[in-house]
Write a protein that binds this ligand. Structure first.
Ligand code: PLP
Length: 433
């Protein structure tokens, strides 16, 4: 199948998630339906925490990047697991605040936070506002000063590592909208400005080199470049910054072609890189932060659809149409992202054909996959798409005035709706007469 701990096949040959029969879940809650397994999410949180304990003496914080999937229930789970939380907007911050997420464990990202969003973060006492650019640095300084508060900040640095090309190059990332460039001297200038700015306290540096990355090497290199830069800062300013945030981007399995490293191999090698550089530069090792998003919730989620029309165009292809599409999963139309599909009631059977899975939107490009292997399939069957826990619900839209599906969280024999299905009434709620 796919190496997610939460998926299986029962005696009836039905796909299960967290031991629950997905055909029954679809009957109970209707389709389309997102289902997530709570134990998988918690297990992933623990794997990351344990990796920091094991390889870095526990001197770090795992912050869940909530843009992957943010709602009250997930914020609570992450809070209970002792993780921090990344937010990238006032809305994500508001959700975290609504469950009383500890402010000192929140990290606020974004390349263009509004004055209102920044004021909200400063008032709530957000532990680390990651400053993207010099305009924002001055704005935060002014806001904090006028409120007679101190804003705790980090600076986002472009370490010059492009993790998306396979043979990554050290200068490839200067053209990014995020952060201060290292090699132009911009980053060092920003550090000096931040150290002198009233109302702000510079806790450390941040970098994030990309997403769905399978190699550990670019992370090691980024860690080394960033630790070196911290030593340069100490040499030039006399200030030893306390914290280094190495971002997220750890890859997961979407198809059997993907082969991500084990959860703790990142920390094993990255902590070695940090320790080695610190030793060479005679510097104390910093407190470390990592920010996994996709790898915490992605493998824990699936989407269930009901198949409608099956349209075979002889010699061309077979379209299998489902009752959702780009509105609940825009990742194929956006990035041609590959997924694994299975007929929930025939999960044990061999995949005997290649089909195109189409959504129901008025848009030819509204597909979820092309030439994907699938079992025999008939109208009325439940079709499951695996590893949809990240960047699916959070990217969903109401295009064609579609109602967003609910999210059900399973935990052993218990299951509960953590986000309810939208109704037509919800769709017209903001319409003026
Ligand atoms: C998106 C993002 C992450 C999480 O990335 P994943 O690929 O989901 O792990 C972490 N940090 C920052 C700054 C991000 O923008």
């Amino acid at each position: 199948m796919l190496n997610a701990r939460c998926l299986g096949v029962n005696a009836a040959g039905h796909l299960t998630i967290g031991g629950r029969d997905t055909v029954e879940l679809a009957q109970t809650y209707g389709t389309p339906l997102y289902v997530m397994d709570e134990n998988e999410i918690r297990g992933n949180c623990r794997s990351y925490r344990q990796s920091i304990d094991k390889y870095y003496g526990g001197r770090g914080l795992v912050a869940y990047a909530s843009k992957a999937f943010n709602c009250k229930a997930i914020c609570r789970i992450v809070m209970e697991e002792g993780l921090g939380l990344d937010v990238v907007s006032g809305g994500e911050l508001y959700t975290a605040m609504s469950v009383g997420f500890p402010a000192d464990r929140i990290i606020f990202h974004g390349n263009n936070k509004s004055p209102d969003e920044l004021a909200m973060a400063i008032s709530y006492g957000v532990g680390r506002i990651v400053v993207d650019n010099i305009v924002e640095l001055h704005l935060i300084s002014q806001l904090a000063k006028s409120k007679k508060e101190t804003a705790h900040i980090m600076l986002r640095i472009k370490p010059g590592i492009d993790a998306h090309t396979h043979n990554f190059v050290r200068t490839g990332q200067i053209d990014s909208k995020f952060g201060f460039a290292l090699e132009t001297g911009e980053a060092m200038e920003a550090v000096k400005t931040a150290l002198a700015a009233p109302g702000v306290e510079l806790r450390g540096l941040h970098c994030h080199i990309g997403s769905q990355i399978f190699d550990v090497e670019p992370f090691e290199l980024a860690a080394q470049v960033m630790a070196d830069f911290m030593a340069d800062i100490r040499d030039q300013t006399g200030v030893a910054l306390a914290e280094l945030n190495l971002g997220g981007g750890f890859g997961i399995c979407y198809t059997s072609d993907n082969d991500p490293p084990a959860y703790d191999s990142y920390m094993e090698r990255v902590s070695q890189a940090v320790k080695k550089t610190c030793q060479q530069r005679k510097m104390e090792t910093p407190f470390i932060l990592i920010e996994p998003g996709r790898s915490i919730v992605g493998p824990a989620g699936i989407t269930l659809y009901r198949v409608g029309a099956v349209k075979e165009i002889p010699g061309v292809r077979t379209y299998v149409s489902v009752d959702g599409g780009m509105t609940d999963n825009p990742r194929y139309i956006l990035y041609q992202s590959q997924y694994t599909f299975t007929v929930a009631s025939r999960a044990a059977d061999a995949k005997v054909q290649g089909v195109t899975v189409a959504g129901k939107c008025c848009e030819s490009g509204d597909l979820l996959g092309e030439n994907v292997p699938l079992q025999e399939v008939h109208p009325g069957d439940i079709l499951a798409v695996l590893a949809t826990g990240a960047y699916n619900y959070s990217m969903a839209s109401n295009y064609n005035r579609s109602c967003r599906p609910p999210v059900v969280l399973v935990n052993g024999q218990a299951a509960r709706v953590i986000i309810r299905r939208e109704t037509y009434e919800d769709l017209i709620r903001n319409d003026e007469e």
